[in-house]
Design a protein around this ligand. Structure first.
Ligand SMILES: [Zn+2]
Length: 282
């Protein structure tokens, strides 16, 4: 009888497992290397950027800040990691005292980006300060770093839906850190082509991820609202009732400027379902 070898004492392969073939420049596996998407020369922006990064963001594989760092000069982008930043970093202290510095954060008192003068933020160490993390982490960092409250807060409006589809955003208007910075720089540097140049590596990253089995993540808002529409469909006793509830919902969303364009097909399907007609006649 043949002796069965215990897995515990099975022979060990003397060769260590081969590491995936990685690109030295972008740090990604060679088969999904992003280098072709980076600009040939670093984009010579004038604006100083300081990114206050939540510690959990550092180790995230698909983060967007490293992609930005590959596109602009190192001295123009400082990434500071932590939860409390006051009094720790010279570059930040200088920015806090410079009158032109702004914080990109949609607080209640934030002004629209288009209200800022269209010129780079760089005078006397001034900087565009950006918070990097999930939305709840970003809110936490803003709340706990009171020096940010004293600076001008800026928000983005009328932006396209995020193309960073491999991560769930809280709302249809939410953008990745890279996209937010690219929008802001396009305005401040008065350079229409800047957005596409900076966002290109992120587009390629998403393309590769989707090609390798990732699925498109709709925003939490989209998911909630789609569920709500289906729920309305189910509970509506008559077509008239369905029409009224859907119309009311769409009107409210339209007036508040938050109707996700992707919701339209769902409403059309809901409307054309035969079950609705049957209920009408019943
Ligand atoms: Zn590469």
């Amino acid at each position: 009888m043949q002796e069965v070898e215990s897995p515990l004492f099975s022979p060990v392969d003397p060769e260590p497992p081969k590491r995936r073939d990685m690109c030295d420049d972008c740090g990604r596996p060679r088969c999904v290397c992003l280098c072709q998407s980076f600009p040939e020369n670093l984009v010579p922006i004038m604006t100083n950027i300081i990114i206050l990064q939540h510690p959990n963001e550092e180790n995230r594989t698909l983060a967007t800040v490293p992609l930005l760092q590959k596109c602009i000069p190192t001295e123009k982008c400082h990434v500071l990691r932590g939860r409390r930043f006051g009094g720790k970093y010279e570059v930040l202290e200088k920015a806090i005292t410079a009158p032109d510095s702004v914080v990109l954060f949609p607080s209640r008192t934030a002004v629209d980006l288009c209200r800022l003068p269209q010129r780079p933020i760089c005078t006397d160490g001034a900087a565009l300060i950006v918070i990097d993390g999930t939305w709840s982490q970003a809110r936490g960092l803003f709340t706990h770093n009171e020096f940010l409250h004293r600076l001008q807060q800026v928000k983005l409006s009328d932006t396209a839906t995020s193309e960073y589809v491999i991560r769930t955003q809280p709302t249809e208007a939410s953008l990745s850190t890279l996209e937010s910075i690219a929008y802001t720089l396009r305005w401040l540097e008065a350079s229409p082509q800047l957005f596409d140049i900076l966002v290109q590596p992120m587009r390629l990253l998403c393309h590769y991820q989707l090609e390798h089995g990732a699925v498109v993540h709709h925003s939490k808002e989209y998911k909630n609202e789609t569920t709500l529409v289906w729920l309305l469909l189910l509970v509506s006793k008559t077509k008239m009732c369905l029409t009224l509830t859907c119309s009311l919902f769409v009107t409210i969303k339209y007036l508040s400027g938050t109707l996700p364009p992707t919701l339209e097909p769902v409403l059309l399907v809901a409307w054309s379902l035969p079950g609705t007609e049957q209920r009408t006649s019943g």
